[in-house]
Design a protein around this ligand. Sequence first.
Ligand SMILES: [Zn+2]
Length: 436
Amino acid sequence: MAAHPAGSLLIRNVRPYGEGEPVNVLVEDGVIASLDAPADQTADEVLEGDGGVLLPGLVDMHVHLREPGREDTETIETGSRAAARGGFTAVFTMANTKPVTDQPTIAESVWAKGQALGLCDVHPVGSITQGLKGEKITEYGMMARSDAKVRMFSDDGVCVDNPLIMRRALEYARGLDVLLAQHAEDPRLVEDGTANEGEVSGRLGLVGRPRTAEESVVIRDALLARDYGNRLHVCHASTRGTVELLRWAKDHDIAVTAEVTPHHLMLTDELITGYDGRYRVNPPLREKDDTEALREALLDGTVDCVATDHAPHGSEEKCCDFEHALPGMLGLETSLAVVAKLFVATGRADWRFVARVMSERPAEIVRLPGHGRPVAVGEPANLTVVDPHRPWTVHGGDLASKSENTPYEGLEFDARVTATVLRGKVTHSLAAEADA
Ligand SMILES: [Zn+2]
């Protein structure tokens, strides 16, 4: 972990978790020193909170920053900037880079670049199998002991479909106490499929990706985790059936956790009727019953957390017809707004809930120290300030990401991240951006 910067920061006029009267927060040497500092407290730097909600810095277990290999679509720098603008202080970038992050040297280079930039802690995820081929298991121990301290492994983008490989991976991971994260889609059931298998795909003449593809792997892996593993994480849960299976697994004390993306919470396959490649993603956008089941599951803890699956693609890869577009959507700069719209603005949950599903739980699941901690004196100053009532319209071209493939183009949201602080250093300030 990088050293705390020396110096002090005063965050004026913020409401921790959106509760109570506004306070002034003093940060000294990267640590929260006071939650009731006087407004005229001297400090090296002052951040105006404007009565906004103060949350622990957001943590994203699932992003694709595309470096190394596809720096034309995103880099650690542009991705870190997008993360900071979205309120994130730590992200986990998936192993499906070119080359694949299946060795310590690649992981160390990603980690070092993120630390040198200092905008967000960029944790590399190691691959479960060499080259994502699903055949030979990588050296988890070497990557875990490297300078990058890899603590999560995933072949995300593809599914580890061979049950024997998954069993061996779980046994190996258990010995090292690292987390395995599965992209649950049986490749034989989704071959050539581009959309959710259902009424819409039938009407449009698109080959479907059935729910069974996801659910069969989720339950198989839950049983493998019960018998051979200790911790299994399900990436981007997308179906109501997966919710039922996760509930069953948790009722049986199986150590399974799961994430849901903002797009699977908010969007449905009705959007693909214009054959717009922007809405292609794996697993695909499902139906209204699925989004509602996923929202309920996030509220009751069956699904543990939100992760963006931020997946930048170049315009030539997305602005084409649906079947030829690459799957994936941007998410880092819009996720807080989506979650606030679905849960806080509707009165279904409060800001404590947002802190739990976007910061505390992901940090706990990955066992990441220093992030997802309470907003309290003595804790690391990894913080996010949100204005719940600052309407803004999403335009792909305005985002910090190098790509523009947002599924929310032209949509207006109310909540906006106005500032982000990483160990006492301001990594994003909307006010400063406006002045620049
Ligand atoms: Zn995935």
